[in-house]
Design a protein around this ligand. Structure first.
Ligand SMILES: C[S@@+](CC[C@H](N)C(=O)[O-])C[C@H]1O[C@@H](n2cnc3c(N)ncnc32)[C@H](O)[C@@H]1O
Length: 179
């Protein structure tokens, strides 16, 4: 899907996103982020890629993390407007070109943004690897239709070692360390 089309689609979806998807996303956050929650404070700042309306921000703040440690990026202005209304620090950006310095981020979370990681999205993984500090953490979840070993290989090529694979709802989450 081309990105202007995708942005327009998510702009339209923003108004009803929480009502439709909060119940689906919340158990994913609990599953994928539980292994992290004890340590995120030492692994900040946290970058939430494809942050949508900021549901993850709400989850992290409920756990006691400071909003100041979490940055959300998204293509969709309407999604970001809602995340900002939750007190989020946000930037409108495409994950193929992240507006952050090399090795400046401690943790990247990217939940239900990709369906798959097709070939051209090696660029996205390369961007994630670039902005993460060495030994930084990545949590990425995909709608679970894909051979997961291939995802592990793509992550390894980009410089990540997968430490856990977890299923929640329709997603598989990959927890990985930047090597
Ligand atoms: C299904 S929503 C998930 C939102 C959030 N991660 C959550 O768990 O509630 C996918 C989000 O990814 C964003 N997105 C899709 N492609 C993107 C891209 N290339 N760069 C940045 N954001 C993107 C969409 O605008 C949308 O807000």
């Amino acid at each position: 899907m081309d990105r202007p089309y995708l942005r327009a689609a998510y702009d339209t979806e923003a108004a009803t996103y929480d009502e439709r998807f909060r119940g689906l996303q919340w158990p994913k956050f609990e599953t994928f982020l539980k292994p992290l929650s004890a340590t995120t404070e030492e692994h900040g700042p946290i970058l939430d890629i494809g942050c949508g309306t900021g549901l993850l921000l709400e989850y992290f703040t409920m756990l006691g993390h400071s909003r100041a440690d979490i940055i959300g990026v998204d293509l969709s202005h309407e999604m970001l407007r809602r995340s900002q209304a939750r007190g989020g620090i946000v930037a409108q950006a495409d994950m193929h070109a992240l507006p952050f310095a090399t090795a400046s981020i401690g943790t990247i979370v990217c939940v239900t943004v990709f369906r798959i990681i097709p070939g051209h999205d090696r660029r996205v993984l390369a961007e994630m690897a670039r902005v993460l500090r060495p030994s930084g953490q990545l949590i990425i979840s995909l709608l679970a239709e894909r051979d997961d070993d291939q995802v592990v290989e793509l992550l390894a090529e980009a410089g990540f070692a997968v430490t856990k694979r977890l299923r929640a709802g329709q997603d598989i989450g990959y927890l990985a360390d930047r090597i």
